[in-house]
Write a protein that binds this ligand. Structure first.
Ligand SMILES: Nc1ncnc2c1ncn2[C@@H]1O[C@H](COP(=O)(O)OP(=O)(O)OP(=O)(O)O)[C@@H](O)[C@H]1O
Ligand SMILES: [Mg+2]
Length: 260
């Protein structure tokens, strides 16, 4: 086993009779961009919730850097270095851009309890926020209320909020959702740059197959809660079961032009 940073063993979550995540075994290699794809309702967000500690599993285990983190609540997994986004925008609309990121650095950082007693730390978090805003391309917009940012910039802000505590793993659930098509490559380039330059691991849920095929080192395909296939982008693009279950519907650009 090479450098596996995140791993699940028979991870399972039932909602009544529904098996939303069905004994999923996934290994995420450190420093890679690993996408999880699958049709609506496949269990991708539930899987994220189980891994990050947002939701307890029915059974199974989650390991982060070899440590069993299954029972840990989300604030503990964040402290350990596991950062996650939510499918729905998670910013404080009335606060400024800078305050949103500063609070994320502070609240998620290891020193949150000591913060109020130390002025120096406040400055440290402000510095960190400014650094992160530069990284995600929002310098110059620090003092704008977050709600006044265009939607695409709000998604960048969210990315900044995940980055603020400097996680080792970023779990991004549809980071480009709702973005205009022409803004998507910019955000994904940003994600790739963060992953490659910052030596981070990214776990990505994304419906845009062109994006997924371009940026992923590995892809896990979920279908009805279970893992249907796993491999490199070209292995997945060529997998017949995946084509039948899923890709054919979504990966329109891969279809021959003949039909129209
Ligand atoms: N809290 C819940 N209570 C009951 N059922 C749930 C709950 N959360 C998710 N589900 C169900 O579990 C299944 C998996 O949902 P999930 O949101 O994980 O799918 P997804 O792959 O993220 O889908 P999408 O691509 O639409 O975001 C769905 O059938 C969903 O209705
Ligand atoms: Mg989802």
């Amino acid at each position: 086993m090479s450098d596996v940073i995140l791993e699940t063993h028979d991870l399972r979550r039932e909602f009544g009779a529904l098996v939303a995540v069905d004994d999923v075994n996934v290994k995420i290699e450190a420093g890679t961009l690993h996408s999880i794809i699958g049709p609506n309702g496949a269990g991708k967000t539930t899987f994220f919730n189980l891994v990050s500690g947002t939701l307890p599993p029915t059974s199974g285990t989650v390991f982060f850097k070899g440590e069993d983190i299954t029972a840990l609540p989300v604030h503990r997994t964040i402290h350990l270095g596991l950062g996650r986004s939510f499918q729905i925008t998670n910013i404080f609309p009335n606060l400024t851009v800078l305050e949103n990121v500063r609070l994320a650095a502070q609240a998620m950082g290891r020193d949150s309890f000591r913060l109020l007693r130390s002025h120096g730390r406040y400055d440290q978090y402000l510095d960190r926020a400014a650094e992160v805003l530069d990284q995600v391309g929002l310098s110059g917009q620090e003092l704008m209320p977050a709600s006044t940012l265009p939607h695409g910039d709000q998604r960048k802000l969210e990315l900044g909020m995940i980055l603020a505590p400097d996680p080792e793993v970023l779990m991004l659930d549809e980071p480009t959702a709702g973005m205009a098509a022409e803004q998507v490559p910019e955000l994904m380039d940003l994600v790739q740059r963060i992953q490659e330059d910052g030596d981070k691991t990214v776990v990505l849920v994304e419906h845009n197959m062109n994006v997924v095929m371009r940026v992923s080192d590995r892809i896990t395909v979920m279908h009805q809660g279970a893992v249907l296939a796993e491999g490199t982008a070209s292995e997945i693009a060529g997998d017949e079961r995946v084509q039948t279950a899923y890709l054919g519907e979504l990966y329109d650009d891969a279809k021959p032009e003949a039909e129209s």
